[in-house]
Design a protein around this ligand. Structure first.
Ligand SMILES: [Zn+2]
Length: 141
């Protein structure tokens, strides 16, 4: 009796390494662009009613729809100085003056930052990125 055992060692696995391209897409507006290139003109077409309006107009003069091209995504103000101002002078509302919220800033002085609670809430909001400026835009990181 012959005991023959065959070992099939299949080493046919080729590992092909593909070069990974890191696609750094920085601030590409998602969709909502007309196929016809309107780069030279300062007029764009409203997405809602189709009439043309100024590119920098905040809203369509015809139907009142907000213009996504004109509205910046972020505030011009940054998080770090706002957080620092709120940390050191939060009860005096400095961070609210910084982002342009003058009225609530004055209110904050009068209430001494809501006895510190309001200022503390603002500080947390700034840190987590939920704090908005006077135009309702999130602060830059
Ligand atoms: Zn419109």
């Amino acid at each position: 009796m012959s005991d023959q055992s065959q070992y099939n060692t299949d080493t046919g696995t080729d590992i092909q390494t593909q070069p990974v391209q890191t696609d750094s897409a920085d601030q590409v507006p998602a969709g909502q662009q007309s196929p016809s290139a309107t780069n030279n003109t300062s007029m764009v077409y409203c997405n809602t009613c189709g009439k043309d309006m100024a590119r920098l107009a905040e809203s369509c003069p015809s139907c009142g729809a907000p213009n996504p091209l004109a509205k910046p995504k972020q505030s011009e103000k940054s998080m770090v100085p706002a957080a620092l101002l709120c940390f050191f002078f939060g009860a005096l509302g400095f961070h609210r003056f910084y982002v342009g919220k003058i009225i609530t800033g004055i209110l904050m002085i009068l209430t001494f930052g809501g006895l510190g609670i309001w200022a503390l809430i603002d500080f947390v909001m700034i840190i987590v990125g939920s704090f908005k400026d006077s135009e309702g835009l999130p602060l830059k990181r």
